[in-house]
Write a protein that binds this ligand. Structure first.
Ligand SMILES: [Zn+2]
Length: 297
């Protein structure tokens, strides 16, 4: 993101800017703070939520096999699938849903374009760029897609594209809208929100779960989009960051790792899947289950 845009965002939310600077200057302090806030939120040990954003048909093609492998390793991933993507591969997602996986409403319209030749993915359709009526209709249609195709009634939502729709005004409008639709959870914010407010926090009736950041660089989302596609093209850095989390979690200290990835980026990577299996003892299958662990349920 260009510096000017970053500064613009900071001006919209000065409190967040403070944590941006803190995370940049004191990454180890951010790790300690994450643990402190997890303890304050009621978590007594490490917890691991794994979710997959399925934005393209390339994700849909690998998702069933990946799901089966992760399940056999003791993990229970959640899925955020854009409605149009869900509709185009409904059998695959139905099988995953029948296995008990929780699906988040991830809007309806496709928000990523896949170049079939190169595999490159371009982001499209940002909620911040369209009128309120437009994104609210997209959320309603996303809800109907999950309900109609999978027979699940989603109570959690994830906005398409992190860091693109999170000014205080946008988030307040989003959370109020989700509450009006009878939702309970959202996982739509960047790691800075976790650093500022904790592993989850309630606003306008919605419990928001920010995605987690890298321990070495707490401002950066720990995901395949940034670390694999936006990085070296390999999963090396992703594996290093996961190992660092695992090491801390194995000490038993309270911490929530809310990790999201894109299926196609790791589906065939045995090293990543083996590492993920190490998180099985801490795995929770839903946001509701996490709150129950923290006695907020
Ligand atoms: Zn997405």
């Amino acid at each position: 993101m260009p510096m000017l845009k970053k500064l613009n965002k900071a001006a919209l939310d000065p409190g967040l800017f403070w944590f941006w600077a803190y995370a940049r200057l004191l990454p180890h302090g951010a790790t300690r703070r994450g643990s402190l806030l997890a303890r304050r939120a009621g978590l007594r040990g490490p917890h691991f939520i794994l979710s997959f954003d399925c934005d393209t048909d390339a994700d849909s093609r690998v998702v069933q096999t990946l799901h089966a492998r992760l399940r056999s390793n003791g993990l229970s991933p959640l899925y955020a699938v854009a409605g149009e993507v869900l509709d185009a591969a409904s059998d695959a997602y139905q099988n995953i849903s029948d296995d008990g996986a929780v699906f988040l409403n991830h809007g309806f319209r496709r928000h990523a374009a896949l170049d079939k030749g190169t595999g490159e993915v371009t982001s499209t359709y940002f909620y911040g760029d369209v009128p309120v009526d437009d994104w609210q209709a997209d959320i309603r249609r996303g809800h109907e897609a999950v309900a109609d195709i999978l027979g699940q009634r989603p109570d959690g939502f994830r906005t398409p594209h992190f860091a693109s729709f999170e000014s205080p005004g946008e988030l307040a409008t989003l959370w109020r809208f989700l509450t009006a639709l009878d939702y309970k959870f959202s996982s739509s914010t960047r790691p800075l929100f976790g650093l500022r407010h904790g592993p989850f926090f309630k606003r306008a009736g919605i419990m928001e779960f920010p995605v987690s950041g890298c321990l070495s660089e707490p401002r950066q989302i720990l995901d395949t989009w940034g670390l694999v596609r936006g990085g070296s093209g390999t999963t090396q850095r992703l594996r290093e960051e996961l190992r660092a989390y695992l090491k801390i979690m194995q000490t038993g200290q309270p911490l929530l790792l809310n990790l999201y990835m894109d299926p196609v980026d790791i589906a065939k990577d045995d090293a990543v899947i083996d590492l993920l299996a190490g998180f099985a003892p801490y795995s929770v299958a839903s946001f509701a289950a996490t709150l129950a662990q923290a006695h907020h349920g």
